[in-house]
Design a binder for this molecule. Structure first.
Ligand SMILES: NC(=O)c1ccc[n+]([C@@H]2O[C@H](COP(=O)([O-])OP(=O)(O)OC[C@H]3O[C@@H](n4cnc5c(N)ncnc54)[C@H](OP(=O)(O)O)[C@@H]3O)[C@@H](O)[C@H]2O)c1
Length: 330
């Protein structure tokens, strides 16, 4: 089997550390692993397949000879470094928002639009974590009932804001001074209806990511409206999603489709209190769905509750799945 030189840019972060774990778990054919981070982390050790690897400084030159680079060091680093790697023939799978809406960059969730991968010109983008878990559920339903409109509200965990988000929640719960404030308000025992920056129209950037990325991944004519909210949960994003369809549908038909959908696990038995929660999804790669019920205010529509581990399926696992599809030639 062919093996690859794989770099992880942002290897010391929440997503980067998980990428390395997922590469190992899924037995990705790594010949050489190159963990990269900022100058602050140079010399730190990362374990991969039981062996220590030393973190090197993330510079364009560090990617010479790299076949696949998984980027999770933030948008500024991606914009600065990723385009420079074409000369090395490195394919970048980027977790930041830097290139997601660039028309020359495929935006890929393998369960939904794997075929888009091969349009890449050196960079493939991983969508926003909240978008990924939603489209994995929307796609198989859209194929059958045609989606007319989607209304989503999210309940996003602090790991979605990286290590600093986790630090703020833990410091607040422990009642100690904050190492570095990440959120605009206290997050412990609170809920903040604000993720990323506000635009003049009142929406946040996180909300517009869900709206625009869904269209790019699925179809341009799928109207989505979103409210994205940070909650004091450690890991796992939840979403309340209302979907209106063109075609008639029953709850049983929806459940039957989702039972068979790739990457989806149906957990839906209200009589036994069975529904997905962040602790259900934490550490797992699937997207969990439950609380499926008819929306009686429209001709054809449902409410669903969708949960996934934002650091795994929402970032690291999705990126490694893209790499797997890439080397498999689809
Ligand atoms: N957390 C999620 O659920 C999630 C989901 C989807 C996408 N993402 C995206 O993934 C990226 C990383 O998120 P994260 O949660 O892993 O954040 P994080 O825990 O804060 O980690 C950031 C990583 O980037 C490195 N880094 C930061 N600035 C750098 C610089 N100037 N040069 C080189 N390396 C630098 C850090 O290295 P040091 O340790 O040396 O500082 C660290 O390895 C972000 O773009 C984020 O939007 C995150």
């Amino acid at each position: 089997m062919k093996t690859y030189t794989v770099a992880v840019a942002g290897a010391t972060g929440l997503v980067g550390r998980t990428m390395i774990k997922v590469l190992e778990e899924r037995n990705f054919p790594v010949e050489t692993l190159i963990p990269l981070a900022s100058s602050r982390s140079v010399g730190k050790e990362i374990q991969f397949r039981g062996k220590p690897y030393t973190v090197q400084e993330l510079t364009p030159e560090a990617f010479k000879g790299v076949d696949i680079a998984l980027f999770s060091a933030g948008a500024t680093v991606s914009v600065d470094v990723a385009p420079k790697l074409r000369k090395y023939g490195t394919v970048v799978i980027d977790n930041s928002s830097a290139f997601r809406m660039d028309e020359n960059v495929p935006l890929v969730v393998p369960e939904v639009n794997k075929h888009a991968i091969f349009k890449h010109k050196g960079i493939i983008a991983n969508p926003n974590c909240s978008t990924i878990q939603m489209v994995v559920v929307l796609k198989p339903l859209h194929d059958v009932f045609r989606i007319k409109r989607v209304v989503v509200s999210t309940y996003q965990s602090v790991t979605g804001a990286g290590q600093k988000g986790v630090d703020q929640l833990e410091d607040e719960i422990a009642g100690r001074p904050l190492r570095a404030p990440k959120f605009p308000h206290q997050i412990a025992y609170n809920v903040i209806p604000h993720i990323d920056v506000f635009y003049e129209n009142g929406y946040t950037k996180e909300e517009l990511k869900m709206i625009n990325e869904t269209k790019k991944i699925m179809e341009d004519n799928i109207p989505v409206t979103a409210t994205t909210v940070r909650v004091p949960v450690l890991g796992g994003h939840s979403e309340s999603v209302n979907i209106e369809f063109e075609q008639p549908c029953t709850v049983e038909e929806v459940k039957a489709i989702l039972r068979k959908a790739p990457g989806v696990v149906l957990l839906d038995d209200p009589q036994t209190n069975l529904y997905p929660m962040p602790i259900t999804a934490f550490g797992k790669d699937e997207v969990f769905v439950g609380r499926i019920r008819k929306d009686y205010t429209v001709k054809s529509g449902i409410n669903v509750w969708i949960v996934a581990d934002n650091v795994r399926k929402g970032a690291a696992t999705n990126a490694v799945q893209i790499a797997e599809a890439l080397i498999a030639g689809l």
